[in-house]
Unconditional design. Structure first.
Length: 332
């Protein structure tokens, strides 16, 4: 395994997110969302009217290959030239016919990082590692496009994989290839098990080659996808839980500040680390560390009730002036 990235464990661990989806020229009947290659490409390039979920759309940055619009055109070109064999029952012979337009012709994937990641060296290294993994897995002739988006809550990559003209679509889709191996006429329970096992191995391989190097956890990924309603409910509950915890921290800080005497003549310098919520106490006397805040900084300790009702001791670096109090929780 490759060495871990130096910035991998300076943030709390998060689960990796890699998802692939197959798309056709025309969305099959019953496909959720009704998306096809054209709709997905227009959303990826942030075409007007095709990305309502993005508040301020930005043009994607092409990291490899062509833009998604051209990738969709190449996928449709592959589908137009592809021929499949079928059994003609009347003559009992095998004949060829054009691929149906609701059969998949492009594999489109998304790779997302946690929300606190920034556009920095770690993101650049992660993008390079993902590109290397995609090239080794699919090859330069099948990896058609890789773009990145910076206009949503989480930084993410989109990639397009198109089969070679002489290959079937299953050559680029691990789950479909596993079904081919066990047989399309095998019992459904066997086909489903083979499909799930192949897709799990895809995630395992990505985690081993990329995710683990950047501190992303494989085990936190759920075994089943949430519905839209479940996702909205869990998002609402998480927001309410965070607000409740923040109120408890604010109350504890206010009490600790009220019980602590501050000597204006002896301010304590404060230096923040690269961790967004972690702070480090500096025993030096560099005045620039306090001038930036223009407040007196001092350490306090408070006890709060945790999320599950347990008592929790927290260390806080509080900055105080005449009319304002600012605080940040410090890792215990």
């Amino acid at each position: 395994m490759a060495d871990s990235h130096p910035l991998a464990f300076q943030h709390p661990p998060h689960g990796q997110f890699l998802r692939v989806e197959k798309y056709a020229i025309r969305a099959p009947v019953g496909k959720q969302g009704g998306n096809n290659v054209d709709k997905v490409a227009l959303e990826a390039v942030r075409a007007e009217g095709h990305c309502p979920h993005v508040a301020a759309p930005l043009a994607p940055i092409i990291r490899y290959g062509v833009d998604p619009i051209e990738a969709a055109r190449l996928a449709k070109l592959w589908a137009g030239r592809r021929r499949g064999n079928y059994l003609h029952k009347a003559s009992h012979t095998t004949k060829t016919r054009k691929l149906r337009d609701d059969q998949p012709c492009a594999l489109v994937g998304v790779i997302t990082v946690p929300a606190e990641w920034q556009i920095d060296q770690r993101w650049s290294d992660f993008t390079a590692a993902c590109l290397e993994w995609l090239l080794e897995k699919y090859g330069s002739d099948r990896l058609t496009s890789l773009v990145e988006h910076h206009d949503e809550r989480c930084l993410h990559l989109h990639f397009w994989i198109i089969p070679r003209m002489s290959d079937a679509f299953s050559s680029v889709h691990d789950g479909e290839l596993a079904i081919d191996f066990v047989g399309r006429k095998a019992p459904k329970i066997i086909r489903d098990a083979a499909y799930r096992k192949a897709m799990a191995e895809l995630l395992d391989d990505f985690h081993r080659r990329v995710g683990s190097r950047f501190g992303l956890m494989r085990e936190t990924v759920r075994s089943r996808r949430k519905t839209r309603q479940e996702w909205l409910r869990d998002k609402f509950l998480d927001e309410q839980r965070e607000k409740q915890i923040q109120r408890r921290i604010d109350d504890a800080v206010a009490k600790a500040v009220a019980d602590t005497k501050v000597l204006p003549s002896t301010p304590t310098p404060l230096v923040t680390s690269v961790h967004p919520i972690a702070v480090q106490q500096n025993s030096g006397t560099d005045p620039s560390t306090t001038v930036a805040y223009k407040r007196f900084v001092f350490p306090v300790k408070a006890r709060i009730i945790g999320e599950k009702g347990q008592l929790r001791d927290i260390h806080i670096e509080a900055a105080h002036n005449v009319d304002t109090t600012f605080e940040r929780e410090r890792c215990a």
